[in-house]
Ligand binder design. Structure first.
Ligand SMILES: *[C@@H]1O[C@H](CO)[C@@H](O)[C@H](O)[C@H]1NC(C)=O
Length: 398
């Protein structure tokens, strides 16, 4: 695997790249069955969606990036890619801080006039046996001489049912995000003097919901999950956050973000992360990081169990924690189990059932056993090898 680092560009070079980006590549829309390539950024070549110059990397069915961009992505079901371009499964049906960064605010002459503080939260939820990206929240703060402006924007939902809202003049650090910043205009905030255009729009060709601020080198793109088409949807659902390195990112809250910051800027690689969680693998370490981060579970349609996870894992000592994750993670990771557990508990919505069983499982291993009855009743109808293993490891007679 290759990883890209932010590099310093000369002002002239970035100006050229900036103008290419304003010139908007003529939209080429192509289909690489069953997927459609990202309009204007990729095309179908030899049955593969390949990114088009000036985009030089990325998945042409999801998002393409320029040379000077770094990105974090969460794709269904869900797979998280960090700013180090490392990927892992991330079966976490709750809310988390994806990235926090301070960028230079630049005017049309590419001169720094201030700063942009940017924070992106994302949230996942369950649908059938999958954990899908359900939406994202962007908090933006612009600061320049005698000038300050804040905006918080929320975008969430599934295909055909997407809500775009937010709160004006407020930088929401943790939650809850308001929902009244509605606007049909592309630029929901404009400041001509400082070249700030906060754009929020939908690109129907690829079903992308975008929040973009060129003057800050920031772009987030969300493709909602299609509950009807499922796997067959033409565009891969998920969330992409791209950061332009020409704006000299300062990575914030590095201990808390799930889109781990670039290692050359003091962020963690997966190997580095795992040294903080001895005995856990990458998936387990990322789950533990998310659960213990204390991120407010304020997303729309949040499962109350999202807030209960931390209490459960906090009761584990180091050895118990390793055992609990080893045996309980398949409950969140195994599509068949997620679906079965949820179907067996039809009174609960989205992630409640599967998180409830995960918590029960953690309690069993960290709180002196005693959950056999519950295990067996929830699992009764799920004929799954991972489950049988779990029941026997839990010292419960099947
Ligand atoms: C990220 O990794 C993929 C392969 O896993 C590679 O194709 C791509 O070029 C890499 N991107 C960067 C920016 O290094």
């Amino acid at each position: 695997m290759e990883s890209r680092v932010c590099f310093r560009m000369s002002g002239l070079l970035s100006l050229v790249i900036l103008s290419v980006c304003f010139g908007h590549v003529a939209a080429t829309f192509s289909v690489c069955k069953p997927r459609s390539c990202i309009s204007g950024k990729a095309t179908c070549l030899n049955k593969k969606c390949v990114c088009l110059v000036p985009h030089v990397w990325g998945d042409g069915t999801f998002m393409c990036y320029k040379q000077n961009q770094v990105a974090t992505e969460v794709k269904n079901d869900p797979r998280l890619t960090t700013f180090n371009n490392e990927s892992t499964n991330f079966p976490y049906p709750c809310r988390y801080l994806l990235t926090a960064v301070k960028q230079e605010l630049k005017n049309l002459l590419n001169i720094k006039t201030g700063t942009c503080t940017i924070q992106v939260h994302a949230f996942n939820k369950r649908h059938n046996g999958k954990i899908i990206v359900y939406g994202y929240e962007v908090a933006l703060k612009f600061e320049a001489l005698l000038f300050s402006k804040s905006l918080s924007i929320i975008t969430y939902g599934t295909h055909g049912k997407v809500t775009e809202g937010g709160t004006d003049n407020s930088y929401v650090t943790s939650g809850t995000y308001g929902n009244h910043l509605k606007s049909s205009a592309v630029a929901i905030f404009s400041d001509l003097i400082r070249n700030i255009y906060v754009k929020r729009y939908h690109l129907p060709l690829n079903n992308q919901y975008v929040v973009e601020v060129d003057a800050c080198g920031f772009r987030a793109t969300f493709v909602p999950y299609d509950t009807t088409l499922g796997l067959a949807q033409p565009n891969i659902p998920g969330l992409s956050v791209a950061i332009n390195c020409a704006h000299h990112p300062q990575w914030l809250l590095k201990e808390k973000v799930m889109g781990l910051a670039p290692a050359d800027a003091g962020g963690l690689t997966f190997a580095g992360l795992k040294t903080s969680y001895p005995g856990l693998d990458t998936v387990q370490a990322m789950l533990q990081r998310a659960i213990t981060s204390g991120t407010l579970q304020s997303q729309p349609d949040a499962s109350p169990k999202c807030s209960a996870l931390k209490t459960a894992v906090d009761t584990c000592d180091k050895m118990e924690l390793v055992k609990a994750y080893k045996l309980c993670t398949p409950i969140l990771e195994t599509s068949h189990l997620v679906k079965c557990i949820s179907n067996n508990n039809p009174s609960t919505s989205n992630s409640d059932a599967v998180l409830g069983v995960f918590i029960t499982c953690v309690n069993h291993f960290c709180n002196g056993g005693g959950q056999c009855q519950l295990f067996k009743s929830v699992y009764g109808n799920c004929n799954d090898p991972a489950l049988k293993k779990l029941i026997s490891a839990a010292a419960c007679t099947p």
